[in-house]
Write a protein of this length. Structure first.
Length: 252
């Protein structure tokens, strides 16, 4: 139940919603310090430390209160860059992690398979009601696909939350041997990024971290994962062309 507390609404323990998108970056409520996140929200810990229940509360409220979250040019820029990379790759089988109710891709090849996924069963149900193929994928939930099924897996504004080891095991299992995982990573500090990188390395996926030349969001990077250096190098070349084109258009 939502409880009003000193001008805020408690969405879950440690997660508050402000009644407007303007406020201090740090507040204190009942002796607890909260940091502002996504404009109208405040959390009592880093995004990587949020529980599944806290993440669900945030994301559900975010979709219900779009006026309290600014989808600024940085957000759209990140989505555009990853979308452009995917279109350049033109994968036959594609999985989006943590798609929410607004999948990133609006266009795809007619003969390609684009499957979205989310950890929240309510979101999965909402997508199903909209006629989308949405897989329920979260902690303790396997991906219902064969080994080596996906050419490309991607996540947009997802990896600042905790990614559980069994989820990474499933990603590794379902990704083709020459497949690629791409995600943007922002907000996380140096130690949190090292932990995330190790989780994937423990499942056989090596990574390449690419700095964001436009600093689209706070501490934003693009991460590529694959099983081989050769695949990483090839996809880095493709991605760097996308980045260079985007920077050129922005500066023109």
């Amino acid at each position: 139940m939502n409880i009003k507390n000193q001008g805020f609404i408690t969405l879950a323990p440690g997660v508050l919603l402000a009644d407007n998108a303007e406020g201090n970056d740090i507040i204190e409520v009942d002796g607890v310090q909260y940091n502002r996140f996504m404009d109208g929200f405040y959390i009592d810990r880093s995004t990587a430390e949020l529980t599944t229940e806290q993440v669900f509360a945030l994301c559900r409220s975010r979709s219900e209160n779009p006026n309290l979250v600014s989808n600024g040019p940085g957000n759209e820029q990140v989505k555009s860059i990853i979308s452009s990379y995917i279109l350049a790759k033109n994968p036959s089988t594609l999985l989006e992690l943590g798609a929410g109710i607004e999948p990133t891709l609006t266009h795809k090849a007619d003969d390609s398979i684009y499957i979205i996924s989310d950890a929240d069963d309510i979101v999965v149900q909402q997508n199903s009601e909209l006629g989308r193929e949405c897989s329920h994928f979260g902690k303790g939930l396997p991906l219902l696909f064969d080994d080596n099924f996906f050419d490309l897996i991607f996540a947009v504004f997802v990896f600042h939350f905790s990614i559980y080891q069994d989820q990474i095991q499933e990603i590794s299992r379902c990704l083709k041997t020459d497949g690629v995982l791409i995600a943007n990573v922002y907000l996380l500090d140096t130690n949190e990024r090292a932990i995330l990188e190790k989780k994937f390395r423990d499942e056989g996926l090596i990574s390449l971290r690419i700095s964001d030349p436009m600093s689209s969001c706070k501490n934003n990077e693009y991460w590529l994962f694959s099983f081989s250096e050769e695949t990483l190098d090839l996809n880095n070349t493709i991605f760097q062309k996308i980045l260079a084109s985007t920077v050129s258009k922005k500066n023109s």
